[in-house]
Design a protein around this ligand. Sequence first.
Ligand code: HEM
Ligand code: HEM
Ligand code: CU
Length: 551
Amino acid sequence: MINNLTVAERQWALVVLLVGGLIGLTMAAVGAGEPFGAHGFLVLFFCAALFFPVLSRLDEPEPSPHAGRSYYDDPIKVGIILAMVWAVIGMFFGLWVAYLLAWPDLTIDAPWASFGRLRPAHTTGVIFGFGGTALIATSFHVMQRTSRARLAGQFSPWFVLLGYQLFVLIAVSGYLMGVTQSKEYAEAEWYADLWLVVVWITYFVLYLRTLARRNEPHIYVANWYYMAFILIVAILHIFNNLALPVSWAGSRSYIVWSGVQDAMMQWWYGHNAVAFFLTAGFLGMLYYYLPKRAERPIYSYRLSILSFWGIVFFYVWAGSHHLHYTALPHWVQTLGMTFSVMLLVPSWATAANALMTLNGAWHKVRDDATLRFMMVAAIFYGLTTFEGSFLAIRGVNALSHYTDWTVAHVHAGALGWNALLIFGVVYAAVPVIWRRERMWSNRLIEWHFWLAVLGTVVYVLAMWNSGILQGLMWRTYTDAGTLQYPFIASVLAMNPYYVARAVGGTMFFVGTLIGIYNLWMTIRQAPAADMVADHPVSVRDEAGERGVPAE
Ligand code: HEM
Ligand code: HEM
Ligand SMILES: [Cu+2]
């Protein structure tokens, strides 16, 4: 892989890694004995681990000029593997906290293993590690194929992919050491946040530069979704993380916002992380891989564009539904509620558009578990958005907020929509990118599919039950006007559901491990004989019409 970089690019990489290593060394020196110093060492080792392999290949010959005329798939390969590594790490932490909630005595008596540190390690590991890395890798695939253009440059895709890994590593390891700025889904401290800004802007520029090289007059809809994801996540991230460090040699910082403004900024961010990270980016994936796999054009291309603008416009106003019954002015809560209900229209239009695309291909859905992963993901997308619009209604939220109903909603989305989609997409993409005829075992894909779907259903049903029960127990009064149940009674009542959730989560996790084994065996196979050659750029196939992503 390093040999595919030009010598100039290898030199450039060495300079960047050297600067990174020096920054790491400085952090390690000034923050000695503190988590900040430990992060310095992490940065230093990360840069050193990449520096020496590049250095040892510096003198190797330039890649053949022919290579520059095909798609650049090396970073996609590494990205898919890293996404799978994060799937295991992130879900392992999720399972851990699920088991802790069911059997609290299992706890390890150490600060790093406390619930409050493991939980953000889970959410960050799955959303940013697993989801984010899958988004970056697939976006590199989709933008090249739908533009019939090679990635603009070979250095910046690596910078984005690996730089992003460093961000997630700093974040997750920081939580275990107790470093947090206490903002959900944005717990990472100021230096990690600053680094992510650099990586993310490079990502956006890379996307634009690649699109500018396209050999296809039309910008396929999937690219709009990916670009909205990148651009808006950048804006959210910057505003939500405007913080002043206490010192340049420590991890602690204070956010510039205060009081209810801070809460609003946080949930404007948090909600739109869902909207643009877990929705818009994933819709980009869906709009490329689903029609491609089904070999059908999108049911209505016009509708896909219309719902794009609907989603982008409505979502950004809905964040205040996370702050019902708070000090936030009432009208702002109502505004968020109203936009959330309106959101149902573009959300369902999108889910319907995806499912209608499968019309005429239902026999494929029956036979092909890969396509079935994507179909079920689209169904869960419809379910989750319906539930979300419902939960955003103030009266409903009075019951659901603070309960496990929210956790049910989250995992209907995270497992049923995001994770199922990623697995379907990875099964579709890996044989193409590694030039294998097909995945190693279709039976294992079937196994994975059923474990994942059943695991999700068990998880979500358990949390719906537990959430609604919790909500009702908390609001039941006696005739005398006092609360019927002491709080601890509701905690005890949750136990069977927490056990069920741990079982569902275990099924999901086992399915993931089976999937990874299958991917590993596929990658180890020899490439298919007629697929050995690199994919040349700009060879048109019949699929070039509008609505069908080009290959
Ligand atoms: C093996 C699979 C998984 C298990 C067992 C699991 C388990 C858990 C548990 C126990 C919690 C804490 C709930 C609480 O504090 O009451 C949680 C929270 C969360 N998980 Fe998972 N999870 C899994 C997969 C995922 C995936 C794949 C994603 C995202 C793509 C995800 C996203 C989240 C989020 C966002 C939260 C925070 C929810 C909130 O604050 O309302 N999880 N998970
Ligand atoms: C129309 C679309 C959606 C709407 C209107 C919506 C609305 C809501 C509402 C009202 C809450 C509960 C807020 C609270 O009581 O604190 C919530 C929580 C959440 N939703 Fe959605 N949702 C939508 C789609 C999704 C999707 C597709 C996902 C993908 C995984 C998702 C992930 C989450 C997460 C992670 C939370 C928990 C936030 C927290 O930590 O408190 N939502 N959503
Ligand atoms: Cu929200």
